[in-house]
Ligand binder design. Structure first.
Ligand code: 13P
Ligand code: ZN
Length: 270
């Protein structure tokens, strides 16, 4: 079957990176059934031939007007599609969409009419925000990491930067590789525009990874691997905390002095 990825090495690599991460999400147990979604901004990989491609489904309203997305293209996981299936066949479980000139509708152009994720309002609003800010980030990942979500059931962990500091202190690498910590968004209805707006607010507060209380996390990065890695280091720290607790003690955490030393060596804010 003909694919938009045929003879487009760079675009194909980007979509297959999404497939690789989808496999990791499944293996980690973070992607039950259709859980989680990934989108990447592929506008830089779009050529004249793609621009001329006809839609293969009727235009759909995004639910918001996103002025910076005019003429942009995204690869999106399909709604109700499984990460473990996407890992094997990304173009049968996701699709490429084009944002129309009114900035309020999208149309699917390839390969099959797979309807994008129900969290599209959050993903597209965040991409719109990133472009407006002049960010070079191209990827957004939403997933359901078990340990981090478990911790979000305790209101004390939802106070600003309580989890950030606790997770950073579990292992030196966490601050080094997730230097902006973990933002918190209180529980809101999945796929709602309110959730999208709250997510942007948290990202604007300088977080690359945001906790959706009792649901999952949403991360942004230069590419899909970077977004995944930040969630992975945070969840690793959450695991260490929970393992210590299940052995019957509260982990000490690194001292403030040790944290400061890491910040100096890795040139991070203190
Ligand atoms: P989709 O299958 O629509 O991507 O939804 C999964 C999900 O995790 C919703 O929050
Ligand atoms: Zn979800």
């Amino acid at each position: 079957m003909k694919s938009i990825l045929d003879n487009r090495e760079v675009l194909a690599k980007k979509v297959y990176d999404v497939a690789e991460v989808a496999g990791y999400l499944w293996q980690k147990g973070w992607a039950e059934r259709n859980g989680g979604n990934i989108t990447i901004n592929i506008t830089d990989q779009v050529d004249d031939e793609i621009r001329a491609m006809k839609a293969i489904a009727e235009p759909v309203a995004i639910g918001a007007t996103l002025p910076h997305l005019k003429g942009c293209y995204f690869y999106c996981k399909g709604t109700n599609r499984r990460m473990r299936d996407l890992a094997r066949d990304p173009m049968a479980n996701g699709s490429v969409i084009r944002i129309l000139d009114d900035c309020a509708h999208y149309e699917i152009i390839a390969d099959a009419p797979v309807k994008p994720t129900s969290e599209l309002p959050s993903h597209l609003s965040v991409h719109n925000y990133l472009i407006a800010k002049g960010s070079t980030y191209k990827a957004s990942v939403h997933t359901h990491p078990i340990s981090l979500v478990a911790m979000s059931h305790n209101p004390w962990f939802l106070e600003k930067d309580v989890l950030t500091n606790l997770l950073w202190s579990m292992i030196p690498e966490t601050k080094a590789f997730c230097p902006r910590g973990l933002g918190i968004v209180p529980y809101m209805l999945p796929s709602s525009v309110e959730l999208a707006d709250a997510t942007i607010k948290a990202i604007d507060d300088n977080y690359d990874v945001v906790m959706w209380e009792k649901h999952g996390v949403f991360a942004v990065g230069e590419d899909v691997m970077e977004a995944f890695d930040m969630i992975d280091v945070l969840d690793k720290s959450a695991h260490i905390y929970i393992d210590a607790k299940s052995m019957g003690f509260t982990p000490d955490g690194m001292s403030q002095e040790q944290m400061n030393e890491i910040s100096t060596v890795f040139h991070l804010p203190k």
